[in-house]
Design a binder for this molecule. Sequence first.
Ligand code: RIB
Length: 307
Amino acid sequence: MTKHICVVGSIHMDLIISSDHLPKPGERMIADSVVTSTGGKGANQAVAASRLGPEVYLVGCVGNDGWGGELRSALVQEGVDVQFVTTKPDVPSGVGIVTALPDGELAVVVVPGADRELSIEDVELAREAIEGAAIVIIQLEIPVPAVQRAAEIAQAAGAKVVLNASPAIKLPPEIFAGVDTLIVEFAEAQALLNDEEPLGQSRIARRLGALGPDKVVVMESGRSALLFDGEKILEQTALGAEIVDSTGARDAFVGAYAVARLEECRLEETLRSACAAGVLASTQVGALPAMPTREEHEGFLKKLATA
Ligand code: RIB
């Protein structure tokens, strides 16, 4: 196997509801529209990386239902290698119910379904794809033992682990040691720290850095971010664009970040590239359909450079 990216994570059918507000308990609310689209952080990040060029493997689970087949086909169409996506009997595929509000804010309810079935054994079966990877991306919509095993296999083989700690859940502290980059969303990051006092982005990055990852990235909606490399802080401010739906923006960010690491870009460039992908993914409805192609991504970066 040549060096590739391997993503270990969730796969969902997303129901994206556009609405001007969220319903209150007891309210019957009429929303503007609903779109179904392939989602889940694992699937989104795999497609985000694949559209930028490299070979990408996805390790995850779908249910033995109609959506399971649809999700698998959508990933194949995107060029993602799904040989380590397992179909689990007697469970539904994971579902993401996303309410997209006019200001770009989201409320997301995930019903994990088959994601919950991703076992240590499934991860072991995908050992070849994990060990052969230059970069392994993992998020937290799958069971923690699977996260841990994937990180151990990757690190033992010398692959760089990009851990996107979303949703922010408490993790065994040893998981952070040896991680190449811990990526968190600012709004979620506080939950990873045993600290009640609200912290700013750079304090959060430094505090998370003390847990053991080589680098920490604190992003905001996938469109701007700050990186702490253990010594200095790099910042990328939000790149302008008209925001339509930011469902997949954070995943576009993570996918593009991993591709830039694979291509050994400088950290400043890596951060800018990730933010550019996050912005582009916010300009269309849906997560997976909104992921930028290499051409769109390079075109946007060139336009910014000459603006
Ligand atoms: O990050 C966006 C994703 O989060 C959605 O696709 C949804 O399925 C949830 O996993």
